[in-house]
Ligand binder design. Structure first.
Ligand code: PMP
Length: 446
């Protein structure tokens, strides 16, 4: 794209197209000239050009980088066959192969797959499935969900209702969102990795005991109205890049079992290796009843998510009056997206075990200088996730620009400057990302 048309693109965009959570007259976005490997070429609103290593993997999806030859080939091959067909009454190889692949690698014995078209929709479907399950087993009065504060599950209405009630969008829709049961946020934890690669979780044990008691008493108090527990395992993403102890997930599993609730685990952000396990549930050895995956599923190429369920859940639905899971979007199991997802999962299977610990080590080492900076509250890493948390809100425009000057694309939010880079970053790419974040924070906030 020529330089002039890139900057005029930004002005054509302004006021016409809504961007995520941004006013129509908000800051002008950067225009993308190209995306290849882990590199973005961007044109700033003032016409300045930047070549930047992508620290965001396009909101945590593009784990294999842009224009990945294997994913490009999978997309081309499928587009030469057919891009889309309806899923009502029809099936196709990419969807069935992907369902087989997902059930084979999922944490726990998952038997059934529903393909949705985005993460939020998959959460809607998961919640609907839990409601249908409870009705099917004779408990139609169980229509609420138990979750923890600090979570994020998407922007559709049921998904919003289980997001954090203070930091989420509840206040924008007073009286509209279903009223869920919120347990306190689990106490923060840290994974300590020794030089010997031995891993140890640390948390405040007494806070953990208090939290456990509170969750148990909430579940007991609301038992008759609760259908399921809904939670992001071990890492809360958009709710604050917050890490908690796997024991808390085990507690939620136990509580669900004791009170007849299903456990819905949202691995949309954490799935496919991001936290240092193929699924973050594995840190706790917990098998969910219902699992949501999305984001990196297609390596960031196309929008696709999936809801997986155990045979207990599937059997109950089949035995119910409706017999079916009552959902069926137009683009369900889009063949193009499924074909790319199959190729993406092949790449995940062959490379995440090498790449994620390598990226994790480098992030841990090269973000740690931020720890000593004035204005920095905390520095934490888990797998290929690196977070610098400030004492107050980030100056997003200035930090973004300062990082770009250092050859790095970041998109901070709230008090967080963070990275979830593509797994295919070289060691130098990861060092550049970490240095860019530390340097930008130092320049703008210290
Ligand atoms: N759940 C989690 C844990 C997420 O991180 C996100 C997206 N950030 C969603 C659900 C919603 O996914 P989508 O944006 O694809 O609707």
């Amino acid at each position: 794209m020529p330089e002039r048309s890139a900057s005029s693109l930004a002005s054509r965009d302004r006021g016409l197209v809504w961007h995520p959570y941004a006013p129509l007259d908000g800051p002008t976005p950067y225009a993308v000239r190209s995306a290849s490997g882990v590199t973005l070429e961007l044109c700033a609103p003032d016409g300045g050009l930047y070549t930047a290593t992508d620290a965001m993997a396009s909101w945590w999806c593009a784990i294999h980088g842009y224009r990945n030859p294997r994913l490009d080939a999978a997309a081309h091959e499928q587009i030469d066959r057919f891009s889309h067909v309806m899923f009502g009454g029809l099936t196709h190889e990419p969807a069935v192969a992907l369902a087989e692949r997902l059930t084979a690698i999922a944490p726990g014995p998952m038997a059934h797959v529903f393909f949705a078209d985005s993460g939020s929709v998959s959460v809607e479907v998961a919640l609907k499935l839990a409601l249908q399950f409870q009705a099917a087993v004779g408990r139609p009065g169980r229509q609420r969900f138990l979750t923890v504060r600090g979570g994020y599950h998407g922007d559709t209405f049921a998904a919003m209702s289980v997001c954090d009630p203070v930091d989420g969008l509840h206040s924008a829709f007073p009286g509209v969102l279903a009223r869920q049961v919120f347990a306190p946020r689990p106490p923060a934890a840290r994974l300590v990795v020794a030089d010997t690669d031995e891993e140890r979780w640390e948390t405040d044990e007494s806070a953990l005991a208090v939290w456990t008691d509170e969750v148990r008493s909430l579940a007991a108090q609301h038992e008759g109205e609760l259908a399921a527990v809904v939670v992001e395992p071990v890492l809360q993403g958009a709710g604050g890049m917050y890490v908690y102890h796997p024991d808390c997930l085990r507690v939620l599993r136990d509580v669900a079992d004791e009170h007849g609730l299903l456990l819905v685990v949202d691995e949309i952000a954490t799935g496919f290796g991001r936290t240092g396990r193929l699924f973050a549930s594995e840190w706790a050895g917990v098998a969910p009843d219902i699992l949501c995956v999305g984001k990196a599923l297609t390596g960031g190429y196309l929008t696709l998510a999936a809801v997986l369920a155990t045979s207990r859940v599937g059997d109950a639905i089949t035995a119910s009056a409706h017999r079916a899971l009552l959902h069926g979007p137009t683009f369900m199991a889009n063949p193009l997206a499924c074909a790319v997802a199959n190729a993406s999962l092949e790449l995940v299977e062959s490379s995440w075990k090498d790449d994620v610990p390598r990226v994790a080590r480098l992030l841990h080492e090269h973000l740690s200088p931020a720890r000593g900076l004035p204005g920095v509250h905390d520095v934490r890493t888990l797998g290929a996730v690196g977070v610098v948390q400030l004492d107050g809100p980030v100056d997003v425009a200035r930090v973004t620009r300062a990082a770009l000057e250092r050859g790095v694309w970041v998109r901070p939010f709230r008090d967080l400057v963070y990275t979830m880079p593509p797994y295919v970053c070289t060691d130098d790419d990861v060092r550049r990302i970490a240095a860019g974040i530390v340097g930008a924070v130092e320049e703008v906030h210290s």
